[in-house]
Structure formats: structure tokens, C-alpha cells
Write a protein that binds this ligand. Structure first.
Ligand SMILES: [Zn+2]
Length: 390
């Protein structure tokens, strides 16, 4: 059974193609695509009068925390960490598995086709159905107590050696992992060609710890170890010490100043913005105009329910656009981040509409150009998911 989808407008990485035919076989795989395709063997035709575009990318989530209930807002970072640790300790492996599956389904139902997931538990098996969505899992190694950290790092290394799914590494942050250890993890990742995802510059508590040496909160969490002081005065100096590269992804970055962004741009480090999650801490949000003006490649993420009650990525997009002084430019960049740039940053193929790819995409009726599509997307939710296997 072959279906020919007759598409009025196809959005492909900032370009719109008109009157495209997409031939999909019974397995939901694209067999042919173009303005002229072989129609002799087609069993049915489906008219898609509107615009077709790729599924969304949620570039930063913690699926294992999917069943957390968002706590009190604007509490100190340190109290929040204690609360998270307390909640996580109450979970067993099956609770994690259920949370990951439920989180995955939650996002699938909200038009998300690719997820960048941070995971602290090592699975016995991958928890994802590769057919429905593509996920890369950044396995986390963190801790301040040396022997415990080393033990976890060794476990992670042996797991990564044998696990063949899409994978990366996360060190969580520099308030939960000493900089010297983070550096060792980054070097290991580089030697294996694995991408790294790290939270950085998320809250002012972190900045005050790193640059002003305000250790009271840190000591509340890590009562048996000392904070590892490093002589740095800016995030740029931290990035220099970590020697991050274009393979690496920083999340949040609301505390960054212009010189930090210059370093990111120069070294082509990637960024994921999670503005709805940032509102949990304060009113400080990402400097979207600076990021766009410097040509920094960014994606968008929801983060977890621990800081974001809605997990609606379109709300993150809408907030970013509202923050910008040039809303038309921001709309286009944000949409690109939500579709193609997110894929690029997570290391997925950007060939969404090509022979051999699964036909799994989004469709908005009666929209034929980018401006109308973006209007519908962020004002009226009119998105339909089209899956070739339907
Ligand atoms: Zn996060």
C-alpha cells in the first residue's frame, strides 16, 4: 500500500518548497519525494492543503523526573537540590522506568519527535521506541565526594563502552561536580567523540558561589567536602578552563554576559535555552537578541517538572519571542531552533524529508508561508501530526 501525500507547502530548513509529492510505503518510509514522482503504483492520494514541517525538538529534558510535582518557586537553589535529592532517593528502578516512559509519551503527544534527555540512572535496556521518536541520552556523572564520583565515573565508562544507542555525557553542573572532575569527564568525552551537555549560568546562586565564593548554601548540601575554588571571575574563564568545543552543549546560560557569549560564538559552542524553567528561579531570562546577533546556534528545551510545571515547549518559544526587540526575526530563529537547529545541535540528521526517512511530520492547514504558520503556531494551536504509518 503506497500513499502519495500532495503537499501545498513544505518547510525545509528556512525554505519553503511548493507543490511537493511525498510517496510513503506501508512501513511509513518515504520512497520518493519531489514535484514529479512516479504515480503508477500509488494506492491512494492524500491532499495536505497547507504547510508540512518537521516534528519539534525538545533539546533539554529530564525524563526520569517526569512524575515530579513542581515545588515552591523562587526558593534558594540549595534548598531545591535537597528537595530533589530527597525525592529521588525515594524512587526505585521501576519508578524511573515508568517516569521515563510516561515522560516520553507526554512529549510524543505534544508533537515532539526528538529529545535531548539527561539521565542519572543507567538502564539495563534502552527505554525508547526508536520508531516513534529519536532521543539522545546524556548520561550524568556528578558528585563532590571523590571516591564516590570516581566509582560512578568508572561505572559510566563501562556502560558507555557497551551501549550502542545515541548517547552523550553530562556532568550536571559546577555546583554539584568540582571543575577538575568536570574537566576530566569532558576530556574523556572528547577522546570518545561523545557530546557533552552541562547546566551553566542557570541561577545567581551559582554565580555567587563560583565568583564571590559564597559557600554557605553549598556547605548545606556537601557538609563533608570543601568547595573546589578556582581562580575565575567570569563564565568565559570557566569555559576556557573546560576547553569546550563545538560538540558541546550548554543549558540555560541566563547569567552570561556579553564577553561570555563572544567566547561561545567564537568557539561555536552550542546552547539550549529553557526560559519557562528559568522563571522558577527569578525573572532573569536568556538574552535572546544577543544570542541571535552573535550567530550562536541554539535549541530550546523544557527542562523537567522540578522547575517547569507546564512542559509546553511552545510556551518557551512564545516567551523567547516576547523577550526579543525584533520579534519577526526572533520568531523565525525560534522556529528554526524548534525544528532543524535542535536536530543539528543534538547530532541528528537534518534530512527530515528524504528517501528512506520515516514520514513523521507536522501539518498546519491553510498556511502556505512561514509568517502565517508562525502566527498559527504561537497564537492558535492548529498543529496536526501526520505519521506515514497512520
Ligand atoms: Zn536541566
Amino acid at each position: 500500500m503506497k500513499t502519495c501525500y500532495k503537499v501545498s507547502a513544505l518547510y525545509e530548513n528556512s525554505e519553503i518548497k511548493r507543490d511537493v509529492n511525498i510517496v510513503v510505503n506501508e512501513y511509513g518510509v518515504i520512497e520518493d519525494i519531489g514535484q514529479k514522482v512516479e504515480l503508477d503504483t500509488i494506492d491512494r492520494e492524500v491532499e495536505l492543503d497547507g504547510i508540512v514541517f518537521p516534528t519539534f525538538v525538545n533539546a533539554h529534558a529530564h525524563l526520569e523526573l517526569s512524575n515530579f510535582v513542581t515545588g515552591k518557586q523562587k526558593i534558594p537553589l540549595w534548598d531545591w537540590i535537597l528537595e530533589i535529592v530527597h525525592k529521588k532517593r525515594a524512587l526505585n528502578p521501576n519508578d524511573y522506568k515508568i517516569a521515563i516512559e510516561e515522560g516520553f509519551n507526554f512529549f510524543s503527544e505534544r508533537h515532539i519527535g526528538c529529545i535531548g534527555d539527561i539521565r542519572s540512572v543507567l538502564p539495563n535496556e534502552p527505554f525508547f521506541d526508536e520508531y516513534r521518536a529519536k532521543c539522545i541520552v546524556f548520561y550524568e556523572v556528578l558528585g563532590y565526594v571523590e571516591n564516590l564520583f570516581n566509582e560512578k565515573f568508572e561505572q559510566l565508562k563501562s556502560f558507555l563502552k557497551h551501549y550502542n544507542g545515541s548517547k552523550g555525557i553530562s556532568v550536571h553542573s559546577l555546583y554539584t561536580t568540582p571543575l577538575s572532575k568536570a574537566k576530566a569527564v569532558l576530556e574523556y568525552a572528547k577522546s570518545r567523540g561523545l557530546p557533552v551537555m552541562m547546566h551553566l549560568g542557570e541561577t545567581e546562586y551559582e554565580s555567587r558561589l563560583l565568583f564571590n565564593r559564597e559557600i554557605e548554601g553549598f556547605n548545606k548540601i556537601f557538609s563533608t567536602v570543601n568547595f573546589e575554588y578556582v581562580d575565575v571571575k567570569s563564565y568565559r574563564e570557566i569555559l576556557e578552563k573546560l576547553r569546550l568545543s563545538s560538540n558541546d552543549i550548554l543549558v540555560h546560560c541566563v547569567e552570561f554576559k556579553e564577553e561570555d557569549w563572544d567566547y561561545i560564538a567564537k568557539n561555536r559552542i552550542k546552547v539550549v535555552l529553557c526560559p519557562m524553567s528559568n522563571l522558577f528561579w527569578s525573572d532573569k531570562l536568556p538574552d535572546i537578541d544577543c544570542i541571535i546577533e552573535k550567530g550562536i546556534e541554539f535549541a530550546i528545551g523544557t527542562d523537567s517538572p522540578a522547575t517547569n510545571a507546564s512542559l509546553d515547549i511552545l510556551k518557551d518559544c512564545d516567551l523567547l519571542i516576547r523577550l526579543s526587540k525584533d520579534k519577526e526575526r526572533a520568531k523565525r530563529k525560534v522556529f528554526l531552533a524548534l525544528t532543524y537547529m535542535g536536530r543539528k545541535i543534538l547530532g541528528f540528521s537534518m534530512d527530515v524529508f528524504c528517501k528512506g526517512a520515516k514520514f513523521d511530520c507536522l501539518f498546519v492547514r491553510n498556511a502556505y508561508d512561514e509568517d502565517t504558520l508562525l502566527e498559527y503556531l504561537f497564537i492558535n494551536d492548529k498543529i496536526i501530526r501526520i505519521n506515514g504509518a497512520n
